[in-house]
Design a protein around this ligand. Structure first.
Ligand code: PMP
Length: 281
């Protein structure tokens, strides 16, 4: 069952008019929220980021946090799977095609849920390959915009190269992955690029930095050069649906000894333990 504009429906019965600005202009924002044991993970952080994205495109939030929580609880209860991921999508609504914001038009609000399988053990054990590409996206990558054409094209480069992710470089600096945030380990220190307009402020990124702080894993947030990326002891990606994965080959070259490294192992253990406590709480 999905939610669309005030109604709960089977997905087969959910339709959007062709003049929806999401369809015409990609004029909208979205969120992806993991659900473990039927509890949304880091819900308020996701709703805060949603507000940031809505503010970024000057669209009023159609619901209060309490109302979002109710809608989400209903969707979780009426979908398969203890673990799911929610997709929330808000567009500037349906109006005659004109770039200018329409007046007095209600937004389109859509929520769906998909079963969330655990990250495959084989990938956790072996790590995954990635490639690099120039970051050719726009200047507001902090907004989780539904207009994802650059991300789609960049991610397809990874698929074509039979790898898991495309790591993006802008002006010689690491930004993030096409659909993930990227960390490296250099001189035994976990390094993360700073949150700014060049990357999405990942919810998993924040969790990883909190875990590093709590468990006294040396870490720093600072700009990371392409040379540092290419000579890193470890590279890892984070996202709500992939959690943490070690990247063990970059552009065909081994990262460190081409096996998931000790910092990845520690962080992943802490992440799994943290998830378990959140689900009990
Ligand atoms: N950056 C981009 C471009 C993404 O699409 C995503 C989410 N798939 C992330 C980072 C990771 O964010 P989160 O940890 O909130 O899923």
């Amino acid at each position: 069952m999905i939610y669309l504009n005030g109604k709960f429906l089977p997905i087969e019965q959910a339709y959007i008019p062709v003049l929806d600005r999401g369809f015409i202009f990609g004029d909208g924002v979205y969120e992806v929220i993991p659900v473990y044991s039927r509890k949304p993970f880091r819900l308020s952080e996701h709703l805060i980021r949603l507000q940031h994205s809505l503010d970024g495109i000057r669209l009023d939030n159609p619901h209060s946090e309490a109302h979002w929580s109710q809608l989400i609880a209903h969707i979780i209860a009426h979908n398969e799977g203890e673990d799911q991921y929610l997709y929330l999508h808000i567009t500037r609504g349906v109006a005659k095609r004109d770039h200018a914001f329409p007046l007095g038009v209600p937004p389109t609000v859509f929520i769906m849920s998909t079963p969330l399988p655990p990250p495959p053990q084989a990938l956790l054990a072996s790590g995954v390959p990635a490639i690099t590409a120039q970051d050719n996206r726009w200047g507001r990558c902090d907004i989780k915009a539904i207009s994802l054409l650059p991300n789609v094209l960049l991610r397809q480069l990874a698929i074509d190269a039979r790898t898991m992710e495309t790591i993006l470089l802008r002006d010689g600096l690491l930004t993030e992955g096409a659909a993930s945030n990227i960390f490296i380990v250099k001189d035994e220190v976990l390094l993360a690029p700073p949150k700014d307009h060049r990357m999405l402020p990942g919810i998993t990124y924040d969790v990883v930095l909190e875990l590093a702080e709590t468990h006294a894993i040396p870490h720093a947030v600072r700009e990371i050069s392409e040379a540092e990326l290419r000579s890193a002891q470890e590279i890892m990606l984070t996202s709500s649906t992939k959690e943490i994965l070690a990247i063990t080959r970059l552009d065909g070259e081994p990262v460190g000894n081409a096996k998931p490294g000790p910092v990845f192992q520690q962080l992943n253990q802490h992440y799994q333990a943290y998830k378990a406590t959140m689900m009990r709480g």
